[in-house]
Ligand binder design. Structure first.
Ligand SMILES: *Cc1c(COP(=O)(O)O)cnc(C)c1O
Length: 234
């Protein structure tokens, strides 16, 4: 039977191939295990199998699994929809909050981090498909939000994240490429106090394509843990 270690190894092989094809070293790509609905044991198994970080979608689930020691040994990311009233459970707990999508959230994270005496690392989530039902900032608003993040002393903006529309495989590639272009543009602007280093995109069905387009962080769930047994509430 295929073990989780086998699956992580296969994902790593695919990552390496895609990285080399786009002129980068495999080690430059960060593999985040998207562990929503998975128990603490499974998360620990993924960490032992060598994933670089673990990403959770729901605050309550994160809090429960954190208490169970699920994330020991790996950085913890938050990748789900962010609500202002839940920030207190995340700031200072998550090493990277990937799903920040507005000015109010940035300011609240800054205040919360200041109270804790830390600097919170974040990514801005971009609604690259301009989908009404999806979180994320409109691409046009990125310059303003990057500049704002640079003025907040307790926030460290490290890059961009996206969840492109679910379409036929091939139709996602333009979104990945568009995201990479945005990432390059924002990096070129050299906002004070911002280190635009991370481009987080690509999931089980499309991470090689995302990497070939320029992603250096992928969030992979099903290909590591197997199918989720109950529908996640993202
Ligand atoms: C669940 C999830 C993933 C991983 O999805 P898979 O298709 O299972 O790999 C990646 N990113 C986000 C934001 C998710 O919610």
């Amino acid at each position: 039977m295929e073990t989780m270690a086998d699956r992580v190894r296969r994902v790593r092989e695919n990552i390496a191939e895609a990285a080399l094809r786009s002129g980068r070293r495999p080690e430059e790509i960060c593999l985040v295990a998207a562990s929503k609905t998975m128990g603490a044991e499974a998360v620990q198994e993924a960490i032992r199998a060598g994933v670089d970080a673990v990403g959770e979608n729901r605050c309550q689930e994160l809090t429960e699994k954190l208490a169970q020691g699920a994330y020991a040994g790996a950085p913890l990311h938050f990748i789900g929809h962010l609500q202002q009233n839940k920030l207190k459970y995340l700031v200072g707990k998550a090493d990277l909050i990937q799903s920040v999508d507005g000015e109010a959230l940035l300011r609240q994270i800054d205040r919360r981090a200041e109270a804790l005496g830390i600097r919170q690392a974040v990514l801005l989530q971009v609604n690259i498909g301009r989908e009404e039902q999806k979180s994320g900032v409109e691409p046009e608003r990125l310059p303003e939000l990057c500049a704002l993040a640079g003025t907040l002393p307790h926030v460290r903006l490290e890059g961009l994240m996206a969840v492109p529309p679910v379409f036929d495989e091939r139709e996602k590639y333009p979104y990945f490429e568009e995201m990479y272009q945005l990432f390059v543009d924002m990096r070129a602007k050299k906002y004070n106090n911002v280190c635009m280093n991370i481009l987080s995109m690509g999931m089980s069905g499309d991470y090689p394509a995302a990497i070939r387009a320029g992603a250096n962080m992928v969030r992979v769930g099903t290909a590591i843990f197997g199918a989720r047994t109950y529908p996640p509430t993202v």
